[in-house]
Design a protein around this ligand. Sequence first.
Ligand code: NAD
Length: 403
Amino acid sequence: MVFIVRMDTMPLQGFAQVRDPSKLDALGGPRIGAFCGFSTPENVLQRSTWHMKSFIYTAQASRVIFGLNALENIEHEVVQVGAERALVLSTPEQRPEAEKVASRLGKRAAGIFAEAVMHVPIESARAARDLATQLGADCAVAIGGGSTTGLAKAIALESTLPIIAIPTTYAGSEMTTIYGLTEHGIKRTGRDPRVLPRTVIYDPALTTSLPAGLSAASGMNAIAHAVEGLYAQDSNPVISLLAEEGIRAMALGLRRVISAPNDLEVRSDCLYGAWLCGIVLGSVGIALHHKLCHTLGGSFNLPHAETHAVVLPHAVAFNAPAAPEEMQRIGRALGAESAAAGIFDLAKALGLPQSLRDLGLEARDLDRASDLAMLSPYWNPRPYSRMEIRELLQHAYEGDRPS
Ligand code: NAD
């Protein structure tokens, strides 16, 4: 699979989609069919659902080069963004990859900063910004996962340097305007269009070195973005198409990546899925599942991607009655009758941890986690009470298979 994509920013508005007719009264519309016309952002965002659609769609502008050996285009892409001196970023472990990029760039490489770390500590962001200024860099090239892309975003936030991202995991950060910075142990996140990479180079050959366990966890994390994008408050038909296809491609690739980590076709499926799931994360909101994962990760220090894999089937089982069409799409993408059980079975087949207990959470933490999850709750298609969250977390703790 090889392609280049260019999408320009283009807000669209359409018609209302109201699945539950009882919601029409609340929206002030007639009971049958005639609820139509362009909606205001406010009532679109109530995510009313029928058969006539109403949505806002804003495409993010980025250029995507996808394919085997796509990295060979790096110098051309630096020229395309109008840059002459690129600062190449990576983690310490991926310095050899950063060096290869710098050597391809030749005189267009200003230097290498191989000190990206998880959660973008402000100190490393400042050091990278200072080096970029000192070297007169006019572009940042980030080769690596979400941590390295995150460092490039931290530079772009203050310097407006364009970013060329070369993702080597399935996290999807390269497709979003979301940034995170950690100062005094507290991670601050936000959205800013300046941090969206201008160009993204997806090369499956760069991902064969991603260990099987990391690939599986990272892929399930990507699937979680697409699943919640399907039933997000601001979901729209374009993003739903991408989400379903993203889940399908990622699940297809992940099922084979454990036994064939060096198979480039398999890696291409995963990376293609990662791209689509990343677009979903960058385009629409998130819901209960992400709230629970942020709570468990932030307050109990559970590992980011594995926590997604454990919690997702239970969040989906909880939301299933409120989003039946979306559940059908997830089930279809996974080739499973039940969305929640399909996700659970996929994670199990990949050898991922199945329970919060496996991840090191203590039974006594469940009450506190439920309390914390109720603070500043996220929008969710199905409203939730503390008792329901406690029950959901108990299932996730035990590693029960949802029906
Ligand atoms: P990561 O970037 O932290 O990488 C994990 C480790 O894997 C690192 O040591 C890295 O060097 C190594 N690695 C990466 N690719 C490799 C490869 N192909 N072969 C061998 N080793 C490789 O992991 P991640 O899961 O991609 O990113 C996680 C971070 O990204 C978190 O901080 C998360 O919050 C953030 N994130 C941000 C967004 C966003 O939109 N801003 C989206 C998703 C994730």
